[in-house]
Design a protein around this ligand. Structure first.
Ligand code: 5GP
Length: 218
């Protein structure tokens, strides 16, 4: 399913967070394939690229000095240290997406999510993806061939800390059955496009035509 690139309504920031291993990358990638109304936010990071990752596509890979320059120039809408590396979202990217009338999808951690919600309270739609159990989470992290045992152990410890921030999110998706989890994420996105404050031009026209403005929430 596809929808128009230019929305004709106010855009949203769809923020998806989870501990690593909960499956948010699979879910967000799929959402990007299904909706061309969404732009994926490409973060800046000081983490070295993993095999197969491309600069400008998966991340903007920068060194620590370049990252700190961006921080000091106030060019990030949010930034955080995750697993010892720096990650950040350029504010210019959000402004450009808004100017083009497009929704933005974020795969960022809870620290970044919290900052985006504070900066864009009306636009941010907050989704937290949970693993079905700690056992499943640990298993998924171990099955990732790309990282060393030490990194996996650190990620498990961090996962417990990250899970504790679920209450900062409006929606919780448990990724036990991937198909169900994806249906839920898709439903959240679609429902958010219909929110009162994001109404479509057709809804707006009808409201005016029927002189209904005074019944809307203030
Ligand atoms: P990875 O290095 O495995 O791609 O990502 C590690 C963690 O950093 C993930 O939880 C991911 O969501 C988070 N992350 C990626 N980009 C950003 C960002 O721009 N800001 C923040 N705060 N977290 C990010």
């Amino acid at each position: 399913m596809s929808s128009s690139g230019v929305l004709g309504r106010k855009p949203m920031l769809l923020v998806v967070s989870s501990p690593s291993g909960a499956g948010k990358t699979t879910l967000t990638r799929r959402l990007m394939v299904d909706f061309d109304s969404l732009t994926f936010s490409i973060s800046y990071t000081t983490r070295p690229p993993r095999e197969g990752e491309q600069d400008g596509q998966d991340y903007h890979f920068v060194d620590a000095a370049a990252f700190e320059t961006m921080v000091s120039e106030d060019r990030f809408a949010e930034h955080a240290t995750v697993h010892g590396n720096r990650y950040g979202t350029a504010d210019a990217q959000i402004r450009e997406a808004f100017a083009a009338g497009r929704d933005v999808l974020f795969d960022i951690d809870y620290q970044g999510g919290r900052q985006l919600k504070a900066k864009y309270p009306a636009e941010a739609v907050m989704v937290f993806v949970l693993p079905p159990s700690m056992e499943v989470l640990a298993g998924r992290l171990r099955n990732r061939a790309t990282d060393s045992e030490d990194i996996i152990r650190r990620r498990l410890e961090k996962a417990v800390d990250e899970l504790g921030h679920y209450h900062a999110y409006e929606f919780l998706v448990v990724n036990d059955d991937l198909e169900l989890a994806y249906d839920q994420l898709r439903a959240i996105y679609l429902a958010a496009t219909c929110r009162w404050d994001r109404r479509s031009p057709m809804a707006e026209a009808l409201i005016h035509e029927a002189n209904l403005d005074e019944f809307g929430p203030q």
